[in-house]
Write a protein that binds this ligand. Structure first.
Ligand code: ADP
Ligand code: MG
Length: 311
C-alpha cells in the first residue's frame, strides 16, 4: 500500500469508529473471507441479568441456603454471569479455596452448607462439570437455552479432608446438579444489520462461543448467522480459527474477552470490541470503538475500496 492509501484508510477508519493499529492491518482487512464473531459481549451486549434461580426438590430454607452459597462463590468471580448473580443476590457466607474453571465455571468451599452443617464444596457452571442432572433441572435449563438464555447449574459435594493415607474420601461421589440459575443477555440492536452487511461483502459468518449450543443457536437465528461453533473452551478458540485457516479461509475474528485474545492473535485480522477488555485490544489489529459491529463491515468495505483503487 502507498503511504497515501494508509493515511486515507486510517483517517477514514477513525471516522467510522475503528482504530487501526498499523498499516498492515488495512491490507489484511481487505483480504478477509470469513468473519468469526464471539457471542457474549460481541454480538450481545454482554450485560447479563438473573432471570430465575431455583433449587430442585428442596424446601425453602434449604434452597435459600444453597442459593446463598452460590452467590457467595460467584461474588469472587468477575465473569458476566457472576456479576448478574451478585447484582441480584448478596452472598455473605464465608468462602475459601475459590477457583475459576476457565470456560466452565467456578468452585469453592463454603462454610456450613453441607450435610449436617458441614462445609461443602460448591460448584457453579456449565453441564460439563456435573455427573448427574435431574430432569426437573434439565427441563428448566433447556427451556431457557431455547430462548437464547444461559443456564448455569450448581451443586454441592463433601469437602475432601486430609490427604493420601488419612482416610480422606478416596472416591468422590458424583456431583449432582441441585439448582439452576438462568441469566439473560440481549443482542445488540445493530448486530442483525451488521451480519447482513458481512454477507453482502461475501463473507462467511461464524458464531464462536463457550456457551451452550442451544443458547448459541437461538442467538445465531436471531441475527441471521448460519454457522455456529459452541461449547468451545477458551484454550480452544484459537484452534478453531486455525482450522478455518487450514480450510483456506482468511479469518477476521471479533471478540471482547480475555478468553478471545489467543483467537484474536491467531486470526489474519483481529478486531477488538472497544467496550471489552484491554487484553482483547492488545491482541487485535483493529478496535471497534463503540462495539457496533457495523463498523467492522464498514472497515472491510473501506479497505477494499481504498487499497483497490489507489494502488
Ligand atoms: P463466552 O464464550 O460466552 O464468553 P465463557 O467461555 O466465558 O463464555 O464461559 C462459558 C460457559 O462457562 C458459560 O456459558 C457458563 O456456562 C460457564 N461459566 C463460566 N464462568 C462462569 C461463572 N463464573 N459462573 C457460572 N458459570 C460460568
Ligand atoms: Mg465475549
Amino acid at each position: 500500500a502507498t503511504p497515501l492509501a494508509i493515511m486515507v484508510g486510517t483517517g477514514r477508519g477513525a471516522q467510522l469508529g475503528v482504530l487501526v493499529k498499523g498499516p498492515e492491518a488495512l491490507e489484511d482487512t481487505r483480504e478477509v473471507t470469513t468473519i468469526v464473531l464471539d457471542k457474549t459481549g460481541t454480538v450481545t451486549e454482554g450485560r447479563m441479568t438473573l432471570v430465575s434461580a431455583s433449587a430442585a426438590g428442596a424446601d425453602q430454607v434449604e434452597a435459600d441456603a444453597l442459593l446463598d452459597a452460590v452467590a457467595s462463590v460467584e461474588a469472587r468471580s468477575e465473569h458476566p454471569i457472576a456479576q448478574a448473580i451478585a447484582a441480584a443476590r448478596a452472598g455473605r457466607l464465608p468462602v475459601k479455596g475459590f477457583r475459576a474453571l476457565a470456560g466452565s465455571g467456578v468452585v469453592a468451599t463454603v462454610r456450613g452448607v453441607g450435610a449436617d452443617g458441614a462445609n461443602a464444596e460448591v460448584t457453579v457452571g456449565s453441564r460439563r462439570l456435573f455427573d448427574d442432572v435431574p430432569d426437573e433441572i434439565e427441563d428448566v435449563a433447556r427451556a431457557a437455552e431455547r430462548e437464547g438464555r444461559t443456564a448455569v447449574l450448581a451443586g454441592r459435594s463433601p469437602v475432601a479432608v486430609g490427604g493420601v493415607g488419612t482416610g480422606a474420601l478416596a472416591v468422590r461421589p458424583p456431583l449432582v446438579a441441585e439448582a439452576v440459575l438462568v441469566v439473560s443477555d440481549v443482542v445488540k440492536p445493530t448486530s442483525r444489520e451488521a451480519v447482513s452487511a458481512f454477507r453482502e461483502l461475501g463473507l462467511d459468518v461464524v458464531l464462536l462461543t463457550g456457551d451452550n449450543a442451544r443458547a448459541a443457536q437461538a442467538v445465531a437465528d436471531e441475527v441471521g448467522i448460519e454457522r455456529v461453533i459452541a461449547e468451545v473452551l477458551p484454550a480452544d478458540k484459537a484452534e478453531v480459527v486455525r482450522s478455518l485457516q487450514a480450510e483456506g479461509a482468511r479469518v477476521a475474528m471479533v471478540g471482547d474477552g480475555i478468553n478471545d485474545a489467543p483467537a484474536l492473535a491467531q486470526a489474519d485480522l483481529g478486531l477488538a470490541v472497544g467496550t471489552g477488555t484491554d487484553v482483547a485490544r492488545e491482541a487485535s489489529d483493529l478496535t471497534i470503538v463503540s462495539g457496533d459491529l457495523r463498523a467492522a463491515a464498514d472497515a472491510i468495505a473501506l479497505s477494499r475500496r481504498t487499497l483497490g483503487t489507489i494502488r
